[in-house]
Design a protein around this ligand. Structure first.
Ligand SMILES: NC(=O)c1ccc[n+]([C@@H]2O[C@H](COP(=O)([O-])OP(=O)(O)OC[C@H]3O[C@@H](n4cnc5c(N)ncnc54)[C@H](OP(=O)(O)O)[C@@H]3O)[C@@H](O)[C@H]2O)c1
Length: 243
């Protein structure tokens, strides 16, 4: 049966890989992001069942754009992969204020607003909400602290969502990737030393691939994963243990 999948951040990196995973299996996908050309190009690689929506999900008007576009259609899987960090090395209160709010908006609020915009559309029973957190939540990630804290807030959000949606037999889980270099996430921070340190931190001594994350997301969206809810699933090669 063809499912309908909405993926924020689907124009690049992990979100794109997740959308591709479902599109390759014949599902209808809607990828959401702010950059139209990026989305167009990504959707172009996913076949006829791929659609894109240009929206900034950190604010209500962006979430409303997605809601209007989806209309009354049922949504089987929502993947909240939009995220990133604005943090550098803040030196004064104004910079700290900007970076913390930006990271909370980009990671937590994009996820909260997308799910709430589509709350009535979620397939019941059987719907799946999958957030993309980060091991940064558990490591107390650098970049001024705001990124790890924003991702840690997603833990509380997913626990609440799991409880809140359980009556409709909808599951909600968070996937916490480790170091996934084939993304736009690291930008100019990426270099050989940066990479080496992160690979060394993992027990398996390799970087994670986009497929490592997309396969996990695909499984959590499957019928077979129907008894898994309210969980934080690390995909980090053992960089951190447990949740
Ligand atoms: N790469 C890693 O090692 C790693 C590790 C742990 C967790 N993560 C998490 O994985 C998720 C995916 O990131 P990625 O690594 O694949 O990096 P990426 O390639 O930079 O993808 C992030 C995506 O989020 C979208 N986005 C950001 N803000 C948005 C907003 N306000 N509204 C709508 N879309 C927005 C971006 O598209 P637009 O700019 O076009 O909006 C972009 O496509 C993020 O949540 C990130 O924190 C990544």
């Amino acid at each position: 049966m063809t499912r309908r999948i909405v993926v924020s951040g689907g124009g690049s990196g992990i979100g794109q890989a997740c959308a591709q995973w479902f599109a390759a299996r014949g599902d209808e996908v809607f990828i959401v992001g702010r950059r139209e050309q990026k989305l167009k190009d990504a959707a172009g690689t996913m076949g006829a069942n791929a659609n894109f929506i240009v929206a900034d999900l950190s604010n209500v008007s962006g979430a409303q754009i997605v809601r209007d576009r989806i209309g009354s259609a049922k949504v089987d899987v929502i993947i909240c992969a939009a995220g990133g960090t604005a943090a550098k090395t803040p030196t004064d209160l104004n910079e700290i204020d900007y970076e913390w709010r930006a990271d909370i908006d980009q990671n937590l609020m994009t996820s909260v607003l997308l799910v709430e915009a589509l709350r009535e559309n979620i397939s019941r029973p059987g719907g799946r909400i999958i957030g993309i957190g980060s091991i940064g939540a558990q490591l107390g990630s650098g970049y001024g602290g705001s990124y790890g804290a924003a991702k840690a807030a997603m833990h509380g959000w997913i626990y609440w969502l799991a409880q809140n949606l359980a009556e409709g037999d909808v599951t909600a889980n968070l996937v916490n990737p480790g170091f996934i270099p084939d993304t736009e996430f690291f930008g100019e921070r990426m270099n050989e030393d940066f990479r080496k340190v992160r690979v060394e931190r993992s027990l398996l001594k390799r970087a994670g691939s986009l497929e490592d994350v997309a396969d996990t997301v695909g499984f959590l969206a499957s019928k077979e994963a129907g008894y898994i809810t309210g969980q934080i699933i690390g995909v980090s090669g053992g960089t951190v243990f447990g949740r």
